[in-house]
Design a protein around this ligand. Structure first.
Ligand code: HEM
Length: 153
């Protein structure tokens, strides 16, 4: 587990570029290549969005040695994404574009080893997000069933 995050954590610790510039580029590419995702951000403050993603990158760069802490943060974020109406398959799109942006940003410093490390770490992060997502979905369903049972029984 730690091995999976080591290169990712270290590359973020040593990240020389501007994180906000990176996340801005990321959203620009994401919403250009996948205009169908724009509806999620229409009424959102995109600068806040970019800052929140930068914040997550800072957390990963500080916490990659503590996978349980990362897991619990990502489960909570995953649960929030159920409430935003994000479909699970969109997480893979997010990962693809994130890796593409990193590759563009890193230029000749981007290696096959980094590609693999980032891809494995991102898969793990998405798994944690999906755990929180499913939990939130089940809780919402139980709450809705409870209300409906009282209304219609
Ligand atoms: C692995 C993939 C993703 C990561 C790591 C991620 C990360 C984050 C973070 C850190 C936040 C702020 C904290 C929170 O609200 O819980 C956030 C909020 C949000 N994300 Fe994501 N996200 C991902 C995928 C997506 C996708 C695919 C969409 C939509 C297509 C999306 C739409 C949103 C929206 C609408 C917000 C709320 C913004 C607000 O409240 O102003 N996210 N995301």
């Amino acid at each position: 587990m730690l091995k999976k995050f080591e290169l990712v954590g270290k590359s973020l610790e040593e990240f020389q570029g501007n994180r906000l510039e990176f996340t801005s580029k990321f959203y620009e590419i994401l919403l250009t290549v996948h205009p169908e995702l724009r509806r999620f951000f229409n009424n959102k403050d995109l600068l806040k969005q970019k800052k929140m993603l930068s914040g997550l990158l800072i957390i990963i760069s500080r916490r990659w040695r503590q996978p349980e802490t990362l897991a619990s943060i990502l489960r909570r974020i995953g649960g929030n994404h159920f409430r935003y109406g994000v479909k699970p398959e969109y997480f893979t799109i997010f990962e693809e574009v994130f890796l593409m942006t990193l590759e563009i940003q890193m230029g000749s410093n981007w290696t096959e080893e980094m590609q693999q490390a980032w891809s494995q770490a991102f898969d793990e992060m998405i798994e944690w997000m999906l755990e929180g997502y499913e939990e939130e979905k089940n809780q919402t369903r139980s709450a809705a069933t409870f209300v409906l049972r009282h209304k219609f029984s």
